[in-house]
Design a protein around this ligand. Structure first.
Ligand SMILES: *Cc1c(COP(=O)(O)O)cnc(C)c1O
Length: 492
């Protein structure tokens, strides 16, 4: 194939003097701003921008976007990420002038609408989570976790218990951000094993708790997609030891309107609005990771806070026990607007329906591929996601990673692979509620087809992908030696 210029870097097709616009000559005198700026603000040389025509520019970025894979390209069953479709109306609403042009430091008196939206969003999320108070500050799930664990810490310190409660208990199936959060907050991590059913080992938990327990970080359904049916017992064991329970609600797609962390006995939770509540994600943000807490933890939440006095919304920052500010401007406002629009459009029944459909879709795909992949845990039902193990396929010559790559040849994004760590050759599949029956069947058909390919011609799968713009990339090299700016030499 002849390399056309859409496959080159935009700097390579740059020609001096070429421009992407054609405007009439200016009829006002040029203004020399540079001469008025202090010298240290002036550039030593002109910025090295590419010089291309408008059509070259449009072709270049259209070609790049076509090489990308998104939820608008095909099924995206990336487990623990909830890559559901985000209704476009949420984008339209987030772009309304009143939301889009507001300034973070604008006075409360001239931003009543925005404050009302944030205030009401907190109330809706409190209801969905079964919590009493929320903050919208955290910019992502991981920052929500940190906020909540710092709230736990402040609570223990206020009780005079801070010194002795040094440990956070985390099951071995947890998301990697959980132990990272506990460490960043200054705690020691105590890992407990899962039982053969894939849920928390109650005996191991009983042995782990004690005077030094600050809390436990859990998610339910857990990262294997299984429901901890002993959750009330777990809550009781941790509470009796004086510890607190934190719910990683990044993936709440299975429980909205059906159960809630509050009802399960948890003291705090974070949501990922950019997963469950339809914020766009997968390009690195922005996100929103609000947390909710039970009443007794409210004094420790970040400030400033939005409160309602009569029919006015006010910003308050005189909370002596608060852990302080976690993020500017009440968090990522635009993501919060999208979540508000989503929740208002869905309503309580719609959110519940979304969860029921997410669980149904996951179970449907799970059942359809059951004969072709190994099941690490013998659970009859899963929640919004499930894990299959490609151990049989590994023994035949193609592993979980190869299967993920082969899916790309069929226009399907890879599932999460090798996570959770306790499942060998793990494929973690989360179809989400927004896929149609036909697309679920396509996903299942392709997974079955690939299992057959591995049996007949493992090399075909082991060398995939064959039809994507780039083949196997040096993933370790890309993370250990990232080249993030254009370097002519690097390319040559
Ligand atoms: C995605 C995820 C997180 C982290 O969320 P970020 O917004 O990426 O920081 C934490 N826990 C679980 C279970 C997740 O799936």
């Amino acid at each position: 194939m002849i390399l056309n210029n859409t496959q080159e870097f935009i700097f390579d097709i740059s020609r001096p003097g070429r421009t992407a616009y054609d405007l009439p000559d200016s009829d006002v005198p040029a203004y020399d701003l540079a001469s008025e700026l202090p010298a240290y603000l002036n550039r030593e040389r002109e910025a090295d921008f590419p010089e291309v025509s408008e059509l070259q520019l449009v072709r270049h970025y259209t070609a790049l976007s076509n090489r990308n894979f998104g939820v608008e390209s095909g099924p995206y069953p990336l487990g623990s990420c909830t890559m559901k479709y985000n209704p476009k109306v949420n984008e339209v609403i987030a772009a309304f002038d009143g939301f889009n042009h507001i300034h973070p430091l604008q006075a409360a008196s001239s931003s009543q609408g925005a404050l009302q939206l944030l205030y009401e969003l907190k109330q809706y999320l409190a209801e969905v989570s079964g919590m009493d108070a929320m903050t919208l500050q955290p910019a992502a799930g991981a920052q929500g976790e940190l906020t909540a664990i710092l709230v736990f810490k402040a609570y223990h310190e206020a009780n005079g218990d801070g010194e002795k409660r040094t440990k956070i208990i985390i099951p071995d199936s947890a998301h990697g951000t959980n132990p990272a959060t506990a460490m960043v907050a200054g705690y020691d991590v105590l890992e407990i094993p899962s039982n053969p059913e894939g849920t928390v080992d109650i005996e191991a938990l009983k042995e782990a708790v004690g005077d030094d327990t600050a809390g436990i970080m859990l998610t339910n359904p857990n990262t294997i997609g299984l429901y901890e049916k002993d959750i009330l017992k777990i809550a009781d064991i941790v509470h009796k030891a004086g510890g607190l329970l934190y719910y990683d609600g990044a993936n709440s797609n299975a429980i909205m309107g059906i159960s809630s962390p509050g009802a399960m006995g948890f003291d705090a939770v974070h949501f990922n609005l950019h997963k469950t509540f339809s914020g766009p994600h997968g390009g690195g943000g922005p996100g929103s990771g609000p947390i909710g807490v039970k009443k007794f933890l409210e004094p420790f939440l970040p400030e400033p806070r939005i409160e309602k006095e009569g029919d006015r919304y006010v910003i308050k920052d005189d909370f002596p026990q608060s852990i302080g500010r976690m993020k500017g401007a009440f968090g990522n406002f635009g993501v919060n607007v999208r979540a508000y629009a989503y929740i208002r459009a869905m309503g309580p029944d719609g959110l519940k329906q979304a969860s029921q459909d997410a669980v149904l879709n996951a179970n449907y795909v799970k059942a359809r591929i059951a004969k072709y992949y190994d099941e690490p845990f013998e659970a009859f039902h899963c929640k919004h996601e499930f894990v299959a193990a490609a151990t049989r396929q590994r023994d035949q010559g193609a592993n979980a990673k190869d299967i993920g790559k082969r899916l790309m040849d069929y226009g399907i994004h890879a599932p999460t692979t090798y996570f959770p760590l306790i499942v060998p050759e793990c494929l973690m599949i989360e179809p989400t509620e927004t896929e149609s029956k036909e697309d679920l069947d396509y996903l299942a058909d392709v997974l079955i087809q690939i299992a057959k390919e591995v049996e007949e011609n493992p090399e075909l799968v082991a060398s995939a992908p064959h039809k994507t713009p780039v083949k196997r990339l040096d993933e370790v090299g890309a993370s250990k030696n990232p080249i993030l700016i254009y370097q002519k030499e690097a390319k040559e």
